[in-house]
Design a protein around this ligand. Structure first.
Ligand SMILES: NC(=O)C1=CN([C@@H]2O[C@H](COP(=O)(O)OP(=O)(O)OC[C@H]3O[C@@H](n4cnc5c(N)ncnc54)[C@H](O)[C@@H]3O)[C@@H](O)[C@H]2O)C=CC1
Ligand SMILES: [Mg+2]
Length: 343
């Protein structure tokens, strides 16, 4: 009894310590967003993720590629070496804070010579879609956020009401037009994504613009005034001519493409007697039902090296929420197969 009380007590201590660490980090970030001077100060001791025309800088390590995170002072030296004023680091945008309380920023240096920078930084700038297959999963949301924030600022330099320039705050959490008084905040477009199952197979589709062989779950932007449920029913009907039921929420994620989407992911089923797809060829190149075996093989054979030929059929990387839906579906299939005595 005493033993278990001691165990519970130590668990609570660990929990309260990590909770208070999290809370103080969030309060610190909140202050940096609002206080320009504090944010400038934080940048001096922070880390910067470097992008070149929105491609993040990666470094090769003994355990594979990693997102490069440069100390501000090191970056200033590198900028001077490639002949640029070191003060452009002040154009960085606040991204977050590591669990060691180091503030993190992103900066695009697309106007500088790419190969000179790569040499000085001992890394390479990689297209973000490719980088998602190369960097460790936990680094992906940060790489995505860094790019999304940079792109939003690059495309929101002018007020849509007056045409006058907008001015950023130091952290980059908003831009303001001093002429109209309008404040612009970074935006995400809500997108529904759904993995449709007929009980033993799941439906995946590809657009003509996808890389060869890649299939993903059905997705679509929400229309103004729609609920998630309405958008989901409509998208599946429009794209493959099916009516879905049993919607089950799975999760959400920020996705940096095309201009920051907020992905809301669900599972859904169709009546196994009504699985005939009728593809909208304007949207999709193909849509097909895939078996459990095909899905598990694709999940195990994700392309890792963008220079290598991808498999004939492959699915989005582990960071993409489409991948999470497929993992969940495969786990569910595995369980029900066990229950029914199948392999
Ligand atoms: N993270 C993930 O796992 C996945 C993410 N996605 C993302 O979801 C997004 C939407 O999926 P789609 O099937 O392409 O959508 P969709 O089926 O709605 O078709 C795209 C078309 O919708 C129109 N549209 C309406 N509102 C728009 C807006 N706010 N921004 C851009 N276009 C808009 C445009 O005409 C565009 O060509 C994709 O851009 C993709 O980046 C898609 C699949 C997997
Ligand atoms: Mg779509």
């Amino acid at each position: 009894m005493l033993q278990s009380f001691k165990y519970l007590f130590s668990c609570n201590l660990v929990l309260s310590r990590s909770l208070s660490g999290y809370v103080s980090r969030m309060r610190y970030l909140m202050r940096l967003k609002e206080d320009d001077e504090a944010c400038r100060e934080a940048l001096k001791s922070g880390k910067v993720l470097l992008y070149h025309k929105l491609s993040p800088l990666l470094r090769k390590t003994s355990s594979g590629y990693k997102l490069a995170s440069l100390k501000t002072s090191d970056l200033e030296q590198i900028l001077e070496k490639v002949g640029k004023d070191k003060h452009i680091v002040n154009e960085s945008f606040l991204l977050g804070c590591t669990d060691k309380d180091e503030p993190q920023f992103s900066l695009d240096v697309g106007d500088l010579d790419r190969s000179a920078l790569e040499q000085e930084c001992r890394g390479m700038f990689v297209d973000l879609r490719k980088a998602f297959f190369m960097i460790p999963g936990p680094e992906s949301p940060l790489a995505a956020k860094g790019q999304a924030l940079l792109r939003w600022h690059q495309t929101n330099c002018f007020c849509s009401a007056t045409g006058q320039p907008t001015v950023r705050n130091q952290s980059g959490s908003f831009r303001v037009c001093h002429s109209s008084g309008i404040t612009y905040y970074p935006k995400m477009a809500p997108v529904v994504i759904v993995l449709v199952s007929d009980g033993s197979r799941c439906l995946l589709a590809r657009q003509a613009m996808f890389p060869p062989g890649m299939y993903s779950a059905l997705s679509g932007f929400c229309d103004m005034g729609e609920s998630v449920e309405e958008a989901l029913h409509r998208e599946v009907a429009e794209e493959v001519g099916l009516e879905v039921e049993n919607l089950q929420y799975s999760g959400s994620q920020h996705w940096p493409f095309p201009q920051s989407s907020f992905m809301l992911a669900c599972h859904a089923t169709v009546n196994p007697d009504k699985t005939q797809v009728n593809i909208d060829k304007a949207e999709l190149e193909d849509a097909r039902w895939f078996t459990y075996e095909e899905i598990t093989e694709a999940l195990q054979n994700l392309p890792r090296d963008p220079r290598r030929e991808p498999p004939v059929f492959w699915v989005p990387p582990s960071y993409a929420i489409a991948n999470q839906l497929l993992q969940e579906w495969a786990n569910h299939q595995q369980l029900s197969r066990k229950l029914h005595g199948l392999k």
